[in-house]
Unconditional design. Structure first.
Length: 267
């Protein structure tokens, strides 16, 4: 089954937008429109277990992304990933290196990263709420944790809807249909030889800030931006500003091109 997706634009460069683990493809509304208007061919998809894509079999998310590229006739694409979507983008670049022309990683997860005691405690709290049947409580926990101070009421409401949808799909799925680990280790990331933009939010949780600095050091061709205003989901916290920095990075990225640095303050 192909991932549910939207496709727009006719540009020479295809961009694939990969959502965070608390959202679905709707998180990219502003960036999808802006990048299409900027002359790119843009795809946004719901990964399996999110939005409009059900969990119908065991799966590896990065392989699902490549199956979507195959179905769309896309040989190479620039991948833009938020949080969990950033981890999927990195796994795709390792497992399918010929298919990725550039990476933009917004507060991305990192394969092989060992979570802190604090983040593991957060995960246990989420599990406790879900096991108790308090899905609304688990949704509220995620909204409160992953949105930074610039997120308005509309952004919070949107995350609430998307996270609730993800829980509903995933909790209903048979255990045997859980995701299959991609088998990518942190050391594998040093072999990614395409232009990368690594974005961190000053108000993000410490684990993800650490992941961003590690990725910037590990990836051979990485630019690092520390956004002083951002929490964990800059695409929803300041949608227009995030669309601009993505467009500036992607300017000049073709099949094997080099990326233009965004004109925002970074490290």
């Amino acid at each position: 089954m192909m991932l549910s997706h939207d496709l727009a634009g006719q540009g020479h460069l295809t961009i694939v937008l990969l959502h965070s683990g608390v959202c679905d493809r709707r998180m990219w509304d502003t960036q999808f429109a802006a990048l299409t208007a900027a002359g790119y061919r843009v795809v946004r998809c719901d990964l399996r277990g999110f939005g409009e894509t059900p969990v119908d079999r065991p799966h590896t998310h990065c392989d699902d992304v490549v199956e979507l590229l195959d179905a769309l006739g896309v040989e190479r694409a620039a991948l833009v990933g938020s949080s969990f979507g950033g981890e999927v983008a990195l796994e795709t670049a390792v497992r399918h290196p010929g298919r990725v022309s550039a990476l933009a990683l917004l507060c991305a997860g990192m394969p092989g990263f060992a979570a802190s005691d604090e983040l593991r405690a957060w995960g246990r709290r989420e599990d406790e709420l879900l096991e108790a049947g308090d899905i609304d409580g688990a949704v509220a926990l995620n909204v409160d944790t992953w949105l930074g101070p610039d997120a308005d009421d509309e952004a919070r409401a949107r995350v609430r809807v998307m996270q609730r949808r993800a829980f509903d799909i995933q909790l209903a799925a048979p255990a045997e249909f859980r995701p299959v680990d991609a088998g990518v280790a942190s050391a594998d990331l040093a072999g990614i030889d395409v232009p990368c933009l690594v974005v961190s939010g000053a108000h993000d949780v410490p684990d993800f800030r650490e992941m961003a600095t590690r990725l910037a050091d590990l990836l051979p061709d990485a630019q690092y931006l520390d956004l002083e205003w951002a929490g964990h989901l800059p695409a929803l916290e300041r949608p227009d500003e995030t669309a601009k920095l993505l467009a500036e990075f992607l300017t000049g990225v073709g099949g094997d091109g080099a990326a233009t640095a965004p004109s925002v303050s970074g490290r």
